[in-house]
Design a protein around this ligand. Structure first.
Ligand SMILES: Cc1cc2nc3c(=O)[nH]c(=O)nc-3n(C[C@H](O)[C@H](O)[C@H](O)COP(=O)(O)O)c2cc1C
Length: 197
């Protein structure tokens, strides 16, 4: 196998994308143009039959408080303490920009099983993150209990959609760093028929 060397600046920049959590994200936040550019890259994800099984939903700043109340309601419905409810409310207003990723995986499409649609959603998410990163923004994918809350799901999702995760984005206030060591050979090898896995 040929050793991998970064081929250009864009490659090197993509290889240096790391998640940055809301605590370390500040203004300016990605504006409508920046989000649109990231969505354009997301659309370059492989997508059998062009089903577009995903949708990015921007939560405008003016809507964050309303979302916070839904987070709080969700926590109350889970029987959490007042302290936890207050913490849940805080999570909705953490970080400069908030985008929800919704999935719509169908089981009625010939030749496109659910697993292919899930792969497409994941690829779109990755391209969206890379799109933000290449424009100089930091981001992190987060889930947490709110993603499972029926009240939050109902408020955001259309027919057949599921809220999958949140993307928090903004300008990095510190240099990102790797959380895990990257070893390409752990994920890339040459098939050896009948050999060990
Ligand atoms: C769907 C999804 C949900 C995630 N939810 C959380 C979360 O709630 N909290 C968290 O710390 N990391 C979460 N992560 C992981 C981070 O987004 C991030 O990928 C991880 O910290 C590794 O950092 P890196 O992207 O810099 O390698 C989630 C990742 C995915 C794909």
């Amino acid at each position: 196998m040929v050793p991998a060397t970064p081929v250009d600046e864009t490659f090197a920049r993509l290889a240096a994308r790391y998640s940055i959590g809301p605590k370390h994200l500040i203004e300016p936040a990605p504006d409508a143009d920046a989000l649109m550019a990231a969505a354009r890259l997301a659309l370059r994800a492989p997508d059998h039959k062009g089903l577009r099984p995903y949708r990015f939903l921007y939560i405008a700043p003016a809507q964050r408080t309303a979302l916070a109340e839904l987070f709080a309601q969700g926590a109350r419905e889970r029987g959490r303490s007042d302290e936890d409810v207050a913490r849940a409310r805080e999570r909705a207003v953490n970080g400069p920009t908030l985008v929800a990723l919704l999935g719509r995986v169908r089981d009625d499409i010939e030749d496109v099983p659910a697993r292919e649609q899930w792969l497409s959603i994941g690829a779109a998410l990755m391209n969206f993150l890379n799109g933000l990163h290449l424009q100089g923004f930091g981001a992190k994918v987060l889930s947490g209990a709110s993603v499972e809350d029926a009240v939050v799901q109902r408020a955001l999702c259309g027919n057949g959609e599921t809220l999958l995760c949140w993307i928090v984005a903004g300008t990095p206030a510190r240099l990102p760093h790797a959380r895990f060591a990257d070893d390409p050979l752990a994920v890339l090898s040459t098939w050896a028929p009948h050999g060990p896995p």
